[in-house]
Design a protein around this ligand. Structure first.
Ligand SMILES: Cc1cc2nc3c(=O)[nH]c(=O)nc-3n(C[C@H](O)[C@H](O)[C@H](O)COP(=O)(O)OP(=O)(O)OC[C@H]3O[C@@H](n4cnc5c(N)ncnc54)[C@H](O)[C@@H]3O)c2cc1C
Length: 337
């Protein structure tokens, strides 16, 4: 009995040691960003099927040689996709040279469950978490109902993650305002509250008009909040991507871009759609970097090609993560502008 007890204690100590040594080895995004180098990152989604999983890992392996500053995996809306998020994020930590960031939402989670997920991330050596409130599952526009033992807003989750260990915490930002915010003033105040709660950096919702990003950044800075706000970039490679983006985030799409993509779609010209979408994103990225944006965060949808093409147009992809970008002098005119 005594030896059994000794074995349990030794196993627990070993587990704690493994957990702490993982925690100490992975870099913190806050520290990478403090170095002043630009951050280039890629976002993936948890796979739903075996085929999706293979596609995801193909994309990860194809993007790994670009040496991003970090990669992130979005948090699923329920049960098994959530486990897949944690598993994929853990596998990235274990099997690749990449620095993973785990997303986490407050949707349908009690505080105790949220603590467990944060513990799973820590055990896997994931030291960076994007803390989000999330949307109601099924219909993102339905009324938001907090879990009775959970959180109503992301600032509370930011505090929880910060209190749980040595994590770097990111939050969401909305250049066109969060769809539920009544006005800009309120939206910015709550964003600043997330920074005050302990957020180290932010990633924006996708957007097409640079003015929206610059206005958000300047207004946040005017409130004395100086965390890096990394623009989220969604390369448009199909009509479906644009329509889904409008549906989910209500983002404004430049009419010229929409028309040229729809016209190419009507001709069945997939290559033209890709060319238009990639050129548009590359131009937006170049202007953002010229405006001193702290980096770029690409939503890959688990595909690598559009991101690699944008990288090429921008002359990015140095041998080490976070290197100052060498722009190729790309001057492609944004279609539709
Ligand atoms: C970069 C990025 C990554 C994302 N990743 C995921 C993901 O992995 N999984 C997923 O399901 N969704 C994800 N989302 C979507 C996100 O969960 C939704 O947009 C959600 O509606 C808002 O989340 P939030 O963290 O900004 O919430 P919050 O910051 O809580 O804001 C939600 C609304 O409440 C208001 N608000 C904030 N704090 C308070 C307060 N204290 N009191 C009153 N009102 C307040 C805000 O102004 C806003 O209108 C992501 C979004 C972005 C931009």
């Amino acid at each position: 009995m005594a030896s059994e007890y000794g074995l349990v204690v030794a196993t627990q100590k070993m587990a704690l040691y493994v957990r702490l040594s993982h925690m100490q080895s992975a870099p913190l995004i806050s520290e990478l960003l403090k170095s002043g180098q630009k951050s280039f990152s890629f976002e993936f989604m948890p796979p739903k099927t075996e085929a999706d999983e293979q596609q995801l890992w193909r994309a990860i392996r194809e993007l790994e040689p670009l040496h991003p500053t970090f990669v992130s995996v979005t948090y699923g809306a329920g049960g098994s996709t959530r486990e897949r998020t944690v598993n994929v994020t853990a596998r990235i930590a274990r099997e690749t040279s990449l620095t993973p960031v785990g997303h986490l939402t407050a949707v349908n989670h009690s505080v105790a469950e949220l603590r467990n997920v944060i513990g799973s991330y820590a055990s896997a050596g994931v030291r960076n978490v994007i803390a989000l409130r999330g949307d109601p599952p099924g219909d993102p526009n339905a009324a938001w109902v907090a879990h009775p033992q959970g959180f109503a807003h992301a600032d509370e989750l930011v505090r929880l993650v910060r209190s749980a260990g040595d994590f770097s915490v990111g939050v969401a930002a909305f250049p066109e305002l969060h769809p539920r915010s009544p006005d800009e003033e309120t939206d910015i105040s709550y964003f600043v509250a997330k920074c005050r709660a302990g957020a180290d950096f932010a990633i924006t919702q996708m957007f097409f008009y640079i003015e929206d990003y610059l206005r958000l950044r300047d207004q946040v800075a005017a409130r004395g909040c100086d965390i890096p706000i990394i623009p989220g970039i969604m390369p448009v490679t199909s009509v479906r991507i644009i329509e889904r983006s409008i549906e989910l985030s209500g983002c404004k799409v430049p009419p010229g871009l929409l028309e040229s993509i729809r016209a190419a779609d009507a001709r069945g010209d997939k290559a033209a759609i890709r060319e238009i979408g990639v050129a548009y994103s590359a131009d937006l990225c170049e202007r953002l970097l010229a405006e001193d944006a702290p980096g770029l965060h690409f939503c890959t949808l688990n595909w690598s090609r559009a991101t690699r093409e944008i990288y090429q147009l921008l002359g990015l992809g140095g041998p080490r993560a976070g290197q100052a970008p060498v722009l190729s002098g790309f001057t492609g005119t944004a279609p539709g502008q």
